[in-house]
Design a protein around this ligand. Structure first.
Ligand code: GUN
Length: 293
């Protein structure tokens, strides 16, 4: 059987088409389009690329978007003041503060200051708590996007063993919760593996569904994957490549050349999880706008 590509661009295009239709209806009812703001502090190249893609995606579905750029020297107090202003801005449905923040700013303090009703990243403890309890709220974009990717490709999950590698607050931990929920996709037996896991390869080889978000280029090799597994690669790394016109190429956390042929399905890097993350953010913004009706 050939390996199926879990193409996030194709799945996103389908979902974004539906979002655009709903955005149009909302625009008529609200008297304005759904509106997302993104705050970018400092000059990190990768963060700038991500935020610009988010803003561009908003335009592609008929949302309004506002990019707020602040210098790296912005103080925590100034950023908190901005967050409060955005919380109170009724012309805005939701906003995100792009991470990572400069070291002198406590990211947890910023996240806590965001009104949970505008927290379209789903990072505020209220939204995290709602996710854990299965209550309505905003789901974190990357894990929710992966769930939508699995749904789009009809990947069977019920009763399967899902191994998640990486326990970050943004991806691994919420991913493990979403995959274990009594829902479809979901109903997996979940193992959350991390840097202290003993004999990681023995654990990942048990996975029917392997979701990798540990942030190391090409860390997962063929010997760590079971024949026929479904592999989702969350990593994205820029590595120098003099043979490319751009001077770099993008790699995931999975060695795709090696692992790809062994899998029943795999998400590519780029064009897998990345577009789905942005699509989830659009879905959350739409939900926020629907709530402001
Ligand atoms: N940095 C990496 N991923 C994300 C994300 O989903 N949201 C925000 N705000 N920052 C990030």
């Amino acid at each position: 059987m050939p390996t199926e590509k879990l193409d996030g661009r194709i799945a996103s295009a389908a979902i974004r088409g539906e979002i655009a239709v709903k955005a149009q209806t909302l625009k008529e009812r609200l008297g304005r389009p759904p509106h997302l703001a993104a705050v970018l502090v400092g000059n990190d190249g990768a963060s700038r690329t991500y935020v610009e893609s988010k803003v561009k995606a908003c335009e592609s579905v008929g949302f309004r978007s506002t990019l707020i750029r602040k210098p790296a020297e912005t103080t925590e107090a100034e950023l908190l003041e901005l967050v409060h202003a955005l919380n109170n801005d009724t012309a805005l449905d939701g906003f995100i503060v792009q991470l990572p923040l400069p070291k002198h700013i406590d990211a947890d303090r910023i996240t806590l200051a965001i009104d949970p009703r505008k927290d379209v990243d789903g990072f505020h403890p209220v939204n995290v708590g709602n996710m854990v309890l299965g209550l309505p709220g905003f789901l974190p974009a990357t894990p929710a996007g992966i769930v939508e990717l699995l749904r789009h490709y009809g990947v069977a999950t019920s009763g399967k063993h899902c191994v998640v590698v990486g326990r970050s607050n943004i991806v691994g931990t919420p991913m493990s919760i979403l995959m274990s929920r009594n829902s479809e996709p979901g109903n997996c037996t979940v193992t959350l593996a991390h840097s202290r896991t003993r004999d990681l390869a023995a654990v990942t080889r048990q996975a029917d569904i392997l979701i990798v978000a540990l942030g190391k280029p090409e860390f997962i090799t063929a010997d760590m994957v079971k024949e026929g597994a479904v592999v989702v690669d969350v990593g994205i790394h820029r590595v120098d490549d003099a043979t490319r016109k751009s001077g770099f190429r993008l790699l995931g956390d999975v060695n795709a050349d090696e692992v790809g042929p062994k899998c029943s399905a795999i998400s590519p890097v780029p064009g897998g999880v990345g577009p789905m993350t942005i699509t989830s953010l659009l879905l959350n913004t739409l939900k926020a706008a629907e709530r402001s009706l």
